[in-house]
Design a protein around this ligand. Sequence first.
Ligand SMILES: Cc1cc2nc3c(=O)[nH]c(=O)nc-3n(C[C@H](O)[C@H](O)[C@H](O)COP(=O)(O)OP(=O)(O)OC[C@H]3O[C@@H](n4cnc5c(N)ncnc54)[C@H](O)[C@@H]3O)c2cc1C
Length: 458
Amino acid sequence: MKRIVVIGAGHVGFYVAERLSKKLRSDIKRGQVELMVIDPNQHMTYQPFLPEAAAGNISPRHGVVPLRQALKHCTIVTAGVTEIRHAERKLTIQPFTGPTREIEYDEVIIAPGSVSRPLPIPGLAEIAIGIKTMGEAIWLRNHVLQRFDIAATTDDPDVRRKALTFVTVGGGFAGAETLGELEDLTSTVVENYPEIDPSEIKWYLVEYADKIMPEVGPQMGAYAARQLTKRGVDIRLGTTLKSCEGGHVVLTDGEEFDSDTIIWTAGVMPNPLLKQTDLPIGPKGHLEANTRLQVATGVEAGTDQIGEVVEDAWGAGDSTQVPDTTDFPLPYCTPSAQHAVRQAAILADNVYRRHVGRELQPYKHKYIGSVAGLGLYKGVANTYGFKAKGLLAWLMHRGYHLSRVPGVGRKGRILADWIVGFFTKREMVQLGEIHAGREPFEAIAAGSDPVRAQKSAE
Ligand SMILES: Cc1cc2nc3c(=O)[nH]c(=O)nc-3n(C[C@H](O)[C@H](O)[C@H](O)COP(=O)(O)OP(=O)(O)OC[C@H]3O[C@@H](n4cnc5c(N)ncnc54)[C@H](O)[C@@H]3O)c2cc1C
């Protein structure tokens, strides 16, 4: 039996596995091919829905896709890959329990994506949170809403000010969308807290460049900045975080204040797993590949060259530098779901073509722009040169992502969340207690106060 392993079941891995398992269905049924998908999560995360999940517009469960239900003809392994020794066609996984385990393969598709790129800023690792996983979105929602209960019940004005000050570092679409959704949430939730005046809530957007949201172009980016400023967001351009020890934020423009919440979206880097492989890695830590999505060396940026191919290894998505052969100003495809899902289709087809001895096809896709939500009924879009803002852009954002999220059932659940949300009041429940789920029972068993134990653990 030939084993094809897909590492990572995100935008690339999930769609590759789905498409390839259809193409290889009869070989899989006959036991001639095994398509194995390895991911530490048992679900695919549809990342563009993370801000909506953090804001509570959709249920977190509806923004992810359970692999075992969606990829019925694949072997699903819920574990993280820790090393790839391609020369031996072997990889190592870390299961949930027990020691690491080796898996042999014939072909490998490498798509572990990217991770938040932290900088060595004092205090950042201790206090900040990224927004790359559904766990982070859930944590963020609970944390932000919990700040209102902290502020409403404390007598200390410093604690109150710190709780109601929120900072997002990074003004790309992940940062701006997350801020836009959460600011919208906090401005509604405060109506239920007569103890808090809305003017006490402070949101900062800190961006090193001189503009935000480059993904939607300068004109729409400027509109997004104006929109957020009108809502009271303090946007600091050409600025970054100097330190945030103990929540004391120091910006490079000299401003200092305290905050309990620092959302870090200032860039991503290729998954560090790539360092634990014998495969060719580019200067920024990406897997090197050609436009056929084969791992390859000696491929000039922005060209269709095939280079020196590493047999039986494929890569795409955020973790791979795929040459962009359109006239887009950058020589490699930018990290986006737009490229990832389209690369996934070509990659699956090429693996199949190679399987049946056909010629491989190159990947070429001109970036079409982006759509982004900035809170309920607010958005910004620039696709195929068509620029939109406000309600129209927001509808485009929702419509586009609804059409892209995998599975009819999932689309139905998300649509139902939106419809219910339209006719009902905003969901303001925070379940911060899940972060300290066992503490009350442990405290009771030890004869102490369960409420105190849980609150201190949260
Ligand atoms: C908040 C947010 C909003 C976004 N909005 C947009 C948008 O509107 N439009 C757009 O085009 N793009 C958007 N993006 C970017 C887009 O989601 C990514 O570019 C895309 O997901 C990349 O796909 P990928 O398959 O390379 O990686 P991912 O989708 O990140 O998948 C990587 C997978 O690998 C798994 N993995 C990680 N480590 C290991 C390991 N050691 N072993 C095995 N598996 C592993 C992960 O669990 C994950 O499932 C957004 C991103 C974020 C964070």
